[in-house]
Design a protein around this ligand. Structure first.
Ligand SMILES: *[C@@H]1O[C@H](CO)[C@@H](O)[C@H](O)[C@H]1NC(C)=O
Ligand SMILES: *[C@@H]1O[C@H](CO)[C@@H](O)[C@H](O)[C@H]1NC(C)=O
Ligand SMILES: *[C@@H]1O[C@H](CO)[C@@H](O)[C@H](O)[C@H]1NC(C)=O
Ligand SMILES: *[C@@H]1O[C@H](CO)[C@@H](O)[C@H](O)[C@H]1NC(C)=O
Length: 458
């Protein structure tokens, strides 16, 4: 049969005889061979020099031009692909697809910014969180700022007291935590019944925490001291956390374990999601994010503006201490993440607003010179309207009262600090062209001199 040792069987074939002069065709070739005399390797196999059997090429179906390799077992690769079996991308190329490998950046696979993307990729396009934008979800949509991985929306809406929709992250605020660690005492924390009447709170010098013990079933709360209250706008989107322990087991959280009040609004949240029970006798860190996103479990649900208003004048922060008769609750390490206007670890959640002409300040929280509050009762939320003073003078931003010099006496001191009396227009005061907080006066020739310099300035 002459089958090169790869078969012992052959059949006679007239056509073959006519074509080649030998009519015996081998059948059942072994060792991955084929051919009339089992003389060659099957497609996708190769023979090492000196060996009889053929070995599989294993060419990668996506990365290779064909299933066939050369006599060394090397496959021929598509563009951007490398490796003996064409199963890897060349450096700078990715990923391996049926078309080979693409130069990085033009790839079909998504390279999304984890802070702004949901993690999904649909046919090469990153799927962005609701407030993020860009092909890689790497920036905030218009009127949003502070791309943050911990924010389920991606970015926060600009606030600016409603006076502007354009802002960026401020660059002059740094992280600052308002904390109570109870190292020296109760730090101003107090106990309060749900009804509002005071309850006893104790400090443990040994454990350096505070606790409240209940004798009745009426819930008692830990009531935060002043440093956690007031304008906490700089904590928007950040967290309130504390370590809490209850000496009893099996108790269910209530919908109002944490209570925030302010700006005429009130929100509450449970310690744990519904259906879970509070751990017995072990301390656990509870964390609450301060924004309106539904995942934060604040109820009732506020909109962005309402949540900002609440934080802008926080009047109460209560944390539940007791759950039922003879239960005792312990609290420690209360932390409200905030920011302060000093150099340090940047706090990009603080906004820097671009204000329209009627407003000033980093958050458009001031009326510009020459403007006053339209409805002073609304505080910083009130719109600013032009002063109505004779001669275009400036007015008190809150009362609208015009600052005017006394015509008879003509003395300069009747203008407030930071303003001067213009000799050309004696009825009105004008802003000093000096640094903030500095005063000035107009000389006889009309020239203005900054003359009330703060200490150290000249
Ligand atoms: C502030 O508190 C947060 C949360 O407890 C913590 O992760 C962070 O390290 C603290 N930062 C500073 C500057 O103390
Ligand atoms: C904050 O709220 C309190 C109580 O409602 C109110 O008396 C106070 O004027 C408010 N402060 C500001 C700055 O709005
Ligand atoms: C409070 O924080 C301190 C320092 O991180 C830690 O040693 C202590 O155990 C914490 N307290 C509780 C009750 O977890
Ligand atoms: C922070 O910077 C902005 C603009 O750069 C400025 O308006 C604001 O007054 C600054 N705030 C502080 C506290 O320095």
């Amino acid at each position: 049969c002459n089958c090169n040792g790869m078969s012992r069987q052959c059949v006679f074939d007239w056509n073959l005889l006519r074509e080649t002069g030998n009519g015996y065709r081998c059948v059942g070739c072994r060792g991955n061979t084929e051919g009339v005399h089992c003389e060659r390797c099957r497609e996708g196999f190769f023979r090492r020099r000196g060996e009889e059997c053929c070995l599989p090429c294993h060419c990668h179906p996506w990365g290779s031009l064909s299933a066939q390799c050369d006599s060394d077992g090397r496959c021929s690769c598509k563009p951007g692909v490398m490796g003996r079996r064409c199963d890897q991308c060349q450096p700078g190329f990715e990923p391996l697809t049926e078309a080979g490998c693409q130069r990085s950046g033009q790839s079909l696979q998504c390279e999304c910014d984890p802070a702004g993307s949901t993690g999904d990729c649909h046919s090469g396009r990153c799927v962005c969180k609701a407030s993020a934008d860009g092909e890689r979800c790497h920036r905030c949509k218009r009127n949003f700022y502070n791309l943050d991985a911990r924010n389920p929306m991606g970015c926060s809406p600009c606030f600016c007291y409603g006076h502007s929709a354009t802002c960026v992250s401020a660059d002059n605020h740094s992280v600052y935590n308002i904390t109570s660690t109870f190292q020296q005492g109760a730090e101003g924390w107090r106990g309060v019944y749900e009804s509002g009447s005071p309850a006893q709170l104790q400090w443990s010098p040994r454990h350096r925490d505070v606790f409240i013990a209940a004798r009745t079933s009426e819930p008692i709360y830990f009531m935060a001291p002043g440093k956690f209250l007031g304008n906490q706008q700089l904590s928007y989107g950040q967290t309130l956390s504390f370590d809490y322990r209850l000496d009893r087991g099996g108790l269910q959280p209530s919908p109002h374990d944490v209570v925030l009040e302010g700006g005429g609004l009130r929100v509450t949240a449970p310690f744990l999601p519904q259906g879970k029970v509070l751990p017995c006798g072990v301390s656990h860190t509870y964390t609450f994010r301060l924004d309106e996103h539904p995942s934060n479990k604040w109820s009732p649900r506020l909109n962005h503006f309402e949540f900002r208003r609440l934080l802008g004048n926080l009047t109460a922060l209560w944390i539940r201490a007791t759950f039922g008769e003879y239960s005792t609750g312990y609290i420690d390490n209360v932390t409200l993440v905030s920011a302060q206007p000093v150099p340090g670890v940047p706090a990009p959640w603080v906004e820097h607003c671009e204000c329209p002409a009627a407003y000033g300040g980093q958050f458009c929280e001031r009326c510009a010179h020459g403007y006053r509050r339209d409805s002073p009762g609304q505080g910083l939320f009130s719109i600013c309207v032009p002063c109505s003073c004779q001669g275009g003078g400036i007015c008190d931003p809150d009362t609208g009262e015009c600052y005017s010099g006394d015509e008879n006496v003509g003395n300069i001191v009747s203008c407030p600090v930071g303003f001067y009396r213009d000799p050309q227009q004696p009825q009105s005061c004008r802003a000093c062209p000096c640094g903030p907080g500095q005063g000035c006066s107009a000389g006889p020739g009309g020239q203005v001199i900054c003359d009330h310099c703060p200490p150290g300035a000249a």
